[in-house]
Design a binder for this molecule. Sequence first.
Ligand code: NDP
Length: 453
Amino acid sequence: MVLPHEPEFQQAYDELVSAIQDSTLFEEQPKYKKVIPVVSVPERIIQFRVVWENDKGEAQVNNGYRVQFNSALGPYKGGLRFHPSVNLSILKFLGFEQIFKNALTGLSMGGGKGGSDFNPKDKSDAEIRRFCVSFMRALARYIGQDTDVPAGDIGVGGREVGYLFGAYKQMQNNWSGVLTGKGINWGGSLIRPEATGYGTVYYVEKMIEKATKGKETFKGKKVTISGSGNVAQYAALKVNELGGIVVSLSDSKGSIISKKGITNEQVEAIAKAKLQFKSLEQIIKDEARIFDDSIEYIAGVRPWTKVGQVDVALPCATQNEVSGEEAKALVDAGCKFIAEGSNMGSTKEAIEVFESNRSNDVWYAPGKAANCGGVAVSGLEMAQNSQRVTWSNEEVDSKLKDIMYTCFENCYDTAVKYSTDKNSQGLPSLLKGANIAGFIKVADAMFDQGEVF
Ligand code: NDP
């Protein structure tokens, strides 16, 4: 399949297909070949105009989208992204990833993704609110708690989910769990904001335990993280809690590097300032009391080549944020564990570097496995909404841990089962394990439901 106008979607498709082709699955069960051309076409794409009013009373227009990719396992589920780079190729790649990620959580959720090329960064709170109302005016008739349940992603956090939910409720005269990531006192789940970052770290805990046969943990490990938004913040806090040392964070303008380790107080100051869209450069200037000389700011770069020796790398900003050269630099600097908090964080070239170093104990986990904790807790939020109950912090966190640990074991066992290099001494490919395990679950449901025959 060649889609020159959809490079991101093509990349996500190629990753899945080549992972499966480079295994024994098609040889053992050729029927699965028939699923590929069907599963790679979205069930439905909704594209709409969003006209909203700016603070000067002028009409502004943006593109809105919802890709309802696959509903074999449950209602379409996946976030909304508000970012100027949003287009159909990006949303199709994200929706495609989401199908198999949601399957890996073990919960009943199909895959979807949506968003807009609206840039929230230079907008006032009132403009963001009016945009969300206009966006929902176009989307409301296509979603529902048993149809399609969106959530947040880049540029869509708790504030935006609140405005979108309020607009939906008013338009439809219906209070239901139609969005996840809601506020805690109006239907949200505890641990949802934390879930993606925490979940990624829980997944890596298992990678470390398995690779070192239980001899090592996060304790004392140097961890380089990119991004400084929702996923990066909570990944950093969990690494600190487990005794690791967070040596970097970044944003779209540059990176901060800390040899001593980025503290919880620093992460919390960043979280607060990011709500006002401040850059890291500005934040460390404004909060000089908290960010002392141990923090170095480097403009215009990602952290990977600037952090020196590290043990773990967690890309948590955006797609294609690790190049082949950067992957090589990480491996040369001793990095053994790479897990994506972001979706498709690594380029094809970077993945090749990581995968070809499995025999040197380098282990890579793709986003569809390592970051499935966010959507998993969204699934738990849907379950709580249906039952009209609220589970405690401990209850949700323990279910999240359980889902991430089970997801890891599933990826590991599937990689071993369908490996073409059964006699090799290297670590099994979690890239293949994740793609194959997610694919089989969705494919079996599609056969059962007569979508493929
Ligand atoms: P946020 O908007 O909270 O944060 C995004 C971070 O990435 C910010 O630090 C931002 O910098 C940076 N960033 C965004 N675009 C770019 C770019 N083009 N180049 C460099 N840096 C960039 O988003 P999330 O933390 O929610 O999402 C991060 C990643 O995790 C995304 O890939 C998302 O799809 C994925 N993900 C998120 C989930 C969730 O539950 N939120 C669930 C699963 C995956 P700046 O501050 O300068 O804008």
